[in-house]
Design a protein around this ligand. Structure first.
Ligand SMILES: Nc1ncnc2c1ncn2[C@@H]1O[C@H](COP(=O)(O)OP(=O)(O)OP(=O)(O)O)[C@@H](O)[C@H]1O
Length: 293
């Protein structure tokens, strides 16, 4: 069903009304164009500092925010103009993982509910036994013991366990694309590595393509694949991770690389990093900012 599917962004621009700014708006994404191919499955990272427009792009791709200009297409069709059936297919094939899985869970329900909802919504099983077997298999695929997590409430699990439940959900759905927005920034180093390894397993074993959004270049380096560097809403550099990181051509990429502290007491991190985000700061009354659509 997903063979050859492509998500493509062309000239995506996202502005928000912003009172108090000279122009009356804030440009979160200036002009983003890239494509994600389902085949061959790949990992494409989007890296940039806070406020550079990464999450806005994730929201554009997920169809949660209609760009002010430009298009996001899936299989050549504008995702904001899909028929009901096409939209359902998109929702099934493009799955998000967010930074804080806690917000996905309802604290009053056991975590099982997130998984059962996926089984029901997407008709993954015909019997309860079949559904349970699928849930257990997916939990095991992300190194969770079903006996230890099923029946628990979200607050009874660690952040890493909650995040892996979201991965188990993805394992059940087998989407063509995973849009992962800072999924590991709240996890410790060991769990972070486990999470990244699972994403790489998904790519290898289940043919999933991931758009991995992060501010952390070391994570990008670990994942490999392709990388796009974004600065103030503009993709300033892109290419294979190894070449972008070993021979960066854009000054901003070099700045990001200089920002990685080295665990070497003889080589202390003394460089002062200048962060120029005056223009990307939200206005002080940002609660009142509304998207232009
Ligand atoms: N709904 C909104 N209304 C107004 N401004 C917004 C809105 N969403 C994002 N912005 C602004 O757009 C810019 C880009 O935000 P975005 O969240 O995409 O950045 P980011 O790179 O994901 O940052 P972070 O890593 O801190 O999440 C920021 O200046 C942000 O304040």
């Amino acid at each position: 069903m997903t063979a050859g599917k492509v998500i493509e962004l062309r000239g995506v621009q996202q502005r928000f009304h912003a009172r108090g700014t000279p122009s009356g708006y804030l440009t979160a994404v200036e002009d983003a164009s890239f494509r994600l191919d389902a085949e061959p499955p790949q990992v494409v990272s989007l890296v940039g500092q806070s406020g550079s427009g990464k999450s806005t792009i994730a929201r554009n791709v997920l169809g949660l925010q209609k760009p002010t200009a430009g298009t996001v297409t899936y299989g050549g069709k504008d995702i904001f103009k899909l028929s009901r059936a096409e939209h359902d297919e998109y929702r099934r094939n493009v799955q998000p993982v967010f930074q804080d899985p806690y917000s996905i869970f309802n604290p009053f329900y056991r975590v099982d509910r997130v998984l059962w909802k996926a089984v029901k919504k997407f008709d993954l099983a015909t019997t309860r036994e079949q559904g349970l077997a699928m849930i257990e298999e997916s939990l095991q695929a992300v190194s969770l013991d079903p006996g230890r997590v099923l029946g628990r409430y979200p607050h009874q699990l660690s952040g890493g366990q909650r995040q892996r439940i979201m991965l188990a959900r993805i394992h059940m759905l087998r989407p063509a694309f995973v849009i992962a927005d800072e999924p590991v920034s709240m996890l410790d180093a060991q769990i972070r590595k486990m999470f990244l390894d699972i994403l790489l397993d998904f790519q290898r074993d289940h043919g999933m393509t991931t758009l991995f959004i992060t501010h952390d270049l070391s994570t990008v380096y670990y994942l490999g694949g392709q990388v796009m560097v974004i600065n103030k809403g503009v993709i300033v550099e892109r290419g294979p991770v190894t070449s972008v990181m070993h021979t960066p051509s854009h000054p901003y990429t070099r700045l990001l690389l200089d920002s990685i502290p080295q665990p070497d007491p003889d080589n202390r991190w003394t460089t002062r990093i200048k962060v120029d985000d005056e223009e990307s700061l939200p206005p002080s009354d940002s609660q009142e900012v509304t998207p232009i659509i």
